[in-house]
Design a protein around this ligand. Structure first.
Ligand SMILES: Cc1cc2nc3c(=O)[nH]c(=O)nc-3n(C[C@H](O)[C@H](O)[C@H](O)COP(=O)(O)OP(=O)(O)OC[C@H]3O[C@@H](n4cnc5c(N)ncnc54)[C@H](O)[C@@H]3O)c2cc1C
Ligand SMILES: NC(=O)c1ccc[n+]([C@@H]2O[C@H](COP(=O)([O-])OP(=O)(O)OC[C@H]3O[C@@H](n4cnc5c(N)ncnc54)[C@H](OP(=O)(O)O)[C@@H]3O)[C@@H](O)[C@H]2O)c1
Length: 278
C-alpha cells in the first residue's frame, strides 16, 4: 500500500502511542480528505472475525498511559486482510485531536470484539437495499459496498450519502468508483449499484437531505425506482441521532419495520456518533 498524505498538519504532532501495546495494530496507510475527515488502514489481528458493517473499539493511550477508546465502524469488508477506518477530526476531541496525527508505522489499540446492527443477518430477504447515511455514517457502508453478500442478496443497492459540502463526499465517491475495478465484486455489482450522493450547503448536481429526497419521492423518480415498500425494500441507516430519528419515521411511514440481529425485519439503524455534532 502506498501512503497518501495530503495535509501537512499530519506530520506536526506525533500520536501518543507506545510500541507493544496489548491489542496493538500498526498503521499502514493514512489519507486526509478534508480538514475534518481522514481515513486510515491498520494491520488486522489474525484472530479477528467480523461481519461487514460491524464496529469495534479503537484508540490510543492517553497522557496517563490509559487506553482512550471510541467506537468505530470497520470501513473495510470482512474479507480484507487489513482494516480500514473513516474518521472525523474533532478539534478538541479527546481521541481524534490525537488520532488525526497518526502516521504509517504508528500503533493504535484495537479491541477485537466486533458488534453492531448494520449486518445482513438483521434484515429479512428483499429485492432492494437502501444504505442511508450522512457524514462519517458512510463508514459501515464502505464495508458493505465491498461485501459480496450485498450483491448476492439484492437485485439493486441504493447508496444515499449526504454531506454539507462536495469535498466531504470524496471518500465515498472514490470508493464507489473503485468498485467496478475490484476483482472480487466488480462483476457482481455491475448494473446493481445506484449511487445517490447529495449536498445541502454547496451547489452539486443532486442536492437535498436524504429525508427530503425520500419523502418527496425525488430519489425514486431520479433513479427510476418504485416508492419504497415493505415487500421489496430493505434499509440500513447511519447518521447523527437527529438524522436517524427522522429517517426512521419516514421508513415507518413507508410501512417498513425496524429489526435487530435477534429479530430480522425491514430496516436497521446505528448511530454514526453520540452527541449533536462538533
Ligand atoms: C457505533 C458507533 C460507531 C462509530 N463509528 C465512527 C466512525 O466510523 N468514524 C468516526 O469518525 N466516528 C465514529 N463514531 C464516533 C466515535 O466513537 C468518536 O465519537 C469520534 O471518534 C470522536 O472522538 P473524540 O474522542 O475525538 O470526541 P468525542 O468526545 O467522542 O466526541 C465529541 C463530539 O464530537 C461530535 N462527533 C463525534 N464523532 C463525530 C462524527 N463521526 N461526526 C460528527 N461529529 C462527531 C459529537 O458531537 C461528540 O459529542 C462512532 C460512534 C458510535 C457510537
Ligand atoms: N460540514 C462542515 O463543513 C462543518 C465544518 C465545521 C464545523 N461543522 C460542525 O460540525 C457539526 C457536524 O457537521 P456535519 O456536517 O458533519 O454533520 P451534520 O450537521 O449532521 O450534517 C451532515 C448532513 O446531514 C444533514 N442533516 C442533518 N440533520 C439531518 C436530519 N435530521 N435529517 C436529514 N438530514 C440531516 C445535513 O443537512 P443540512 O445542511 O440541511 O443541515 C448535512 O447535509 C455541526 O455542528 C457543524 O456546525 C461542520
Amino acid at each position: 500500500m502506498t501512503e497518501v498524505n495530503l495535509m501537512t498538519e499530519a506530520s506536526a504532532a506525533p500520536a501518543v502511542t507506545k510500541p507493544h501495546l496489548p491489542d496493538a495494530q500498526t498503521v499502514t496507510q493514512v489519507r486526509h480528505w478534508t480538514d475534518r475527515l481522514f481515513s486510515f488502514r491498520v494491520t488486522r489481528p489474525q484472530s479477528l472475525r467480523f461481519r461487514s458493517g460491524e464496529f469495534v473499539m479503537i484508540g490510543l493511550l492517553n497522557e496517563h498511559g490509559k487506553p482512550l477508546l471510541r467506537a468505530y465502524s470497520i470501513a473495510s469488508p470482512a474479507w480484507d486482510e487489513e482494516l480500514e477506518f473513516y474518521s472525523i477530526k474533532v478539534p478538541d476531541g479527546p481521541l481524534t485531536s490525537k488520532l488525526q496525527h497518526i502516521q504509517v508505522g504508528d500503533e493504535i489499540i484495537l479491541r477485537p470484539k466486533p458488534v453492531g446492527t448494520l449486518v445482513h443477518d438483521a434484515l429479512l430477504p428483499g429485492k432492494r437495499i437502501y444504505f442511508l447515511s450522512t457524514g462519517t455514517g458512510f463508514a459501515p457502508f464502505a464495508s458493505l459496498l465491498r461485501e459480496p453478500e450485498t450483491y448476492e442478496k439484492y437485485e439493486e443497492v441504493i447508496m444515499m450519502h449526504t454531506c454539507r459540502e462536495v469535498a466531504e463526499l470524496d471518500y465515498g465517491r472514490q470508493l464507489v468508483e473503485s468498485l467496478q475495478d475490484d476483482p472480487l465484486i466488480g462483476e457482481m455489482m455491475a448494473g446493481k449499484l445506484k449511487y445517490y450522493p447529495t449536498t445541502t450547503r454547496e451547489p452539486f448536481h443532486h442536492m437535498g437531505r436524504v429525508t427530503d429526497n425520500l419523502s418527496s419521492g425525488k430519489v425514486f423518480a431520479d433513479l427510476g425506482l418504485p416508492k419504497m415498500n415493505p415487500e421489496e425494500d430493505r434499509a440500513m441507516v447511519c447518521g447523527s441521532l437527529a438524522f436517524n430519528v427522522d429517517v426512521k419515521a419516514i421508513l415507518e411511514g413507508f410501512g417498513l419495520v425496524e429489526g435487530a440481529n435477534s429479530d430480522p425485519r425491514q430496516f436497521v439503524v446505528e448511530k454514526a456518533f453520540v452527541g449533536d455534532g462538533i
